[in-house]
Design a protein around this ligand. Structure first.
Ligand code: PLP
Length: 367
């Protein structure tokens, strides 16, 4: 039996995608081979990677002046690659400044890593209130190589309500947990990146969307595999790309297109989030710790109203255990923040959210 999986990542995938992958496991497109077995440079794999890129371009409306790269190393490697390619100077020395906005644990990790390679300034932060809101965006610093933000904060469950204007300063954004969840104007960004395992496919592939003029600025000492120029020149095939992941992303994108594309899924996502927040805002025992104007529609943390630490811990443990026994799994909050969290990415149907709310209503009655 399939469960409703609320994991923040790796996370649930559409069942039709899994079933198609299973059906094609040992023979894809009449090639007599699995995607895992074929050469990445073969005539059999070429249409797979080309289809995946074309669908991503179509669904996201990616302008021709942007390159799409399929890389490895997760979103976390982009924390290093962005500063190394856009602002690093001579070995061990920054060449340029960059601004970072600290809206959560991933955003902080990105800034900490960047500080090794660029002159990095954290220009706004919501740490004072445990990252439960999105701070005002600072005036862009025209000298910056780029400004970095995390569009949706997976752990604390906040998202930027609008994309900030940065003028001539390229905006770099981590969209790991919100890619393709609702419309996004790619032309407002210099570089976008996402680990696949939240909203796109299996872990192991990272999608990078980068404006062409930002490619080619890495100093010579930057290692080959960390250079956007090499990956772009070689069409993501400088070395073996994560072939199977790219194939599954292609299937997910086909599924997404059949849902009415981004506009179609955005409507369903809005409905799922509204339904869940409506319940939370009226719950006697749970609440959302996030400021209303900053709420994520993908990751929704919730915590007991109970203030006694022991009783609260008890309630959380019991909730997560009983939910799992009812087929609603992975609802524990992040290990650093506690509480509970429901991640309701594109592949989570409205019925899954309804099942969770039904369970929470019943759970509430037993208290
Ligand atoms: C999950 C996540 C990451 C880390 O991704 P990896 O692929 O494990 O490196 C970074 N940023 C955000 C916003 C995430 O949700």
């Amino acid at each position: 039996m399939r469960v409703y999986n609320f994991s923040p990542g790796p996370s649930t995938l559409p069942l039709p995608v899994l079933e198609r992958a299973a059906a094609e496991m040992s023979d894809v497109n009449g090639s007599g081979q699995s995607v895992m077995e074929m050469s990445h440079r073969s005539k059999d794999f070429k249409p797979i990677i080309e289809k995946t890129e074309a669908l991503l371009r179509e669904l996201m409306g990616i302008p021709p002046s942007y390159r799409v790269l399929f890389l490895q190393g997760g979103a976390s490697l982009q924390f290093s690659m962005i500063p190394l390619n856009l602002g690093a100077g001579e070995w061990g020395n920054p060449k340029k400044t960059a601004s970072y906005i600290e809206t959560g644990i991933w955003a902080k990790k990105a800034a900490d890593e960047a500080a090794k390679y660029v002159d990095c300034a954290v220009r706004a932060s919501s740490k004072d209130k445990a990252y439960t809101y999105i701070p005002p965006f600072p005036a862009p610093n025209p000298a910056d190589a780029y400004c970095h933000l995390t569009l949706n904060n997976t752990i604390v469950g906040t998202k930027w309500p609008a994309v900030p204007e940065t003028g001539a300063v390229p905006l770099a954004a981590d969209i790991s947990s919100c890619i393709l969840s609702e419309a996004l104007d790619v032309s407002k960004f210099g570089i976008l990146y996402a680990g696949a395992q939240k909203n796109l496919g299996p872990a192991g592939t990272t999608v990078v969307i980068i404006r062409e003029d930002l490619i080619g600025h890495a100093p010579p000492w930057v290692p080959a595999l960390l250079r956007y120029d090499l990956h772009a020149e070689e069409g993501s095939m400088y070395n073996t790309p994560p072939c199977y992941g790219i194939y599954i992303i292609g299937l997910v994108l086909e599924w997404l297109k059949a849902q009415g594309g981004v506009a179609g899924i955005a409507k369903i996502n809005a409905e799922k989030a509204r339904f869940f927040y409506d319940y939370l805002d009226n719950s006697r025992i749970f609440y959302s710790p996030v400021e209303k104007s900053s709420r994520s529609i993908m990751n929704i943390p919730f915590v007991p109203r109970e203030t006694d630490a022991d009783r609260r811990k008890d309630l959380e443990t019991r909730f997560v255990r009983e939910a799992a026994a009812s087929g609603l799994i992975n609802l524990a909050g992040h290990r650093l923040v506690g509480g509970m969290r429901a991640s309701i990415y594109n592949a989570m149907p409205l019925e899954g959210v309804q099942a969770l709310v039904d369970f929470m209503r019943k759970f509430e009655k037993t208290r």
